[in-house]
Design a protein around this ligand. Structure first.
Ligand SMILES: Nc1ncnc2c1ncn2[C@@H]1O[C@H](COP(=O)(O)OP(=O)(O)OP(=O)(O)O)[C@@H](O)[C@H]1O
Ligand SMILES: [Mg+2]
Length: 237
């Protein structure tokens, strides 16, 4: 996997998304830079999914601007997003990846095997995708997301319904792809995971960016009341 930087940094400037009477993202300014994973945390409804979708280019802003590598019109060819409940095609695991590969000059079978191995599903290529377990389906969805060699990978609560072993498998893959130069931007409700994976942490609450900083600083020395409460497991209302 290469480390193309063309889409980075992703810079959100006053990013605001309004739907009807609700302000879902409220003036968020944030730079997503090459390097270690950025982890979005915050209570339900904080705006994490909306921020990921906006940074992917899927949700248009009501106000503000997003640029990818300095361009507001960068085509999303080097970005991939993985939603919480990935939809599997009613085909084999290998065919799901094949579909995601689209047009490629690489020998397809070889690339499919490489991707299956990357996510620890070697040997399961012929299995109908929908017969894989939930954790295996998440891994297959990760392989699909990585098929086109993205520079940036957005992950929305990718381990939310997985057991500790399956969660660890996904975390190991995230570390591996990050080490290969892919910028990972992910949301999670698992603070342990945020600590384990986060290079930097972004705390959102009610659509606003409350705090953003290196993971260690954030957890050991939170500056805002909201961050202190959130880390302590108190309710943010
Ligand atoms: N199209 C929409 N119209 C109105 N409200 C919306 C729309 N999309 C999202 N919202 C609201 O915006 C808020 C933020 O949603 P979002 O899904 O980004 O939060 P989240 O941080 O991902 O939450 P969760 O942890 O529950 O996944 C929620 O209150 C949601 O109901
Ligand atoms: Mg969400």
């Amino acid at each position: 996997m290469r480390a193309p930087l063309a889409d980075l940094p992703v810079v959100l400037a006053n990013a605001t998304v309004v739907a009807g009477a609700v302000t879902i993202l409220d003036g968020v300014s944030l730079s997503l830079d090459a390097g270690t994973p950025t982890v979005l945390i915050g209570p339900n409804g904080a705006g994490k999914t909306t921020l990921l979708r906006a940074a992917m280019g899927l949700t248009p802003l009501t106000h503000g601007e997003i640029t990818w590598g300095g361009r507001a019109d960068a085509p999303p060819t080097r970005r991939a997003i993985l939603f919480q409940r990935p939809v599997m095609l009613r085909r084999s695991a290998a065919a799901n990846i094949d579909y995601a590969l689209g047009m490629t000059n690489m020998p397809r079978a070889e690339r499919i095997d490489e991707l299956l191995a990357l996510v620890g599903l070697e040997g399961l290529g012929r299995r109908p995708a929908r017969r894989l377990s939930g954790g295996e389906q998440q891994r297959l969805a990760l392989a699909r997301a990585l098929a086109r060699d993205p520079a940036i990978l957005f992950l929305d609560e990718s381990t939310a319904s997985l057991d500790p072993a399956a969660t660890k498998a996904i975390e190991d893959i995230i570390r591996a792809v990050a080490a290969r130069g892919v910028k990972v931007v992910m949301s999670t409700h698992d603070l342990g995971q945020a600590r384990r994976l986060g290079g930097d942490i972004v705390l959102l609450h009610r659509g606003r960016l409350i705090e953003h900083g290196p993971a260690m600083d954030f957890f050991d020395n939170p500056r805002s009341d909201e961050a202190r409460k959130f880390i302590a497991g108190e309710l943010l209302v």
